[in-house]
Design a protein around this ligand. Sequence first.
Ligand code: HEC
Length: 143
Amino acid sequence: MVRRSWFRICLALIVSCTLLRAVDGQSTRTVWDGVYTEAQAERGRSSYQQACVSCHRDDLRGDNTAPSIVGESFLFLWGDMEVGELSARIQKVMPPERPGSLPAQDYTDIVAFILQKNGFPAGSTDLPTESGAAKILITAKRP
Ligand code: HEC
């Protein structure tokens, strides 16, 4: 009798662990999941034109000092990091002469624009400004 209930408890534990795992797996979003909107990237483009284009250029490939933030170089710098980390980093260090000077919304929109320029698809909801909410993996691997 006692043995039987232990068996049940173990079974219940195994089942719930498996379920938790499944839920966790689903919550890992990536940049391929349509994490920003076209409209947001468009707003980002205009903020970028004002605050970033002088160094990172129109094509985002940078100049002699500013690094490229598209393609291989972007993935080299930011692959396997989270979008929230990218946002936070940009807010902290860019533009170099006055870091953090833009409204949080503008920084988030610029990140949407950078994602668009890197070929990641747009979706139906804006990228949120709260950095914790942007637990979205930057990866070259399509799902
Ligand atoms: C005055 C020139 C200049 C302007 C304006 C500028 N950057 Fe930069 N950016 C740089 C330089 C130089 C670096 C490399 C040194 C560094 O990381 O601090 C850099 C690095 C970066 C990086 C890589 C950071 C890292 O740690 O990997 C990103 C992303 C970036 N800039 C985005 C932006 C965005 C977005 C804007 C506009 C809000 C912007 N930059 C404005 C010159 C500039």
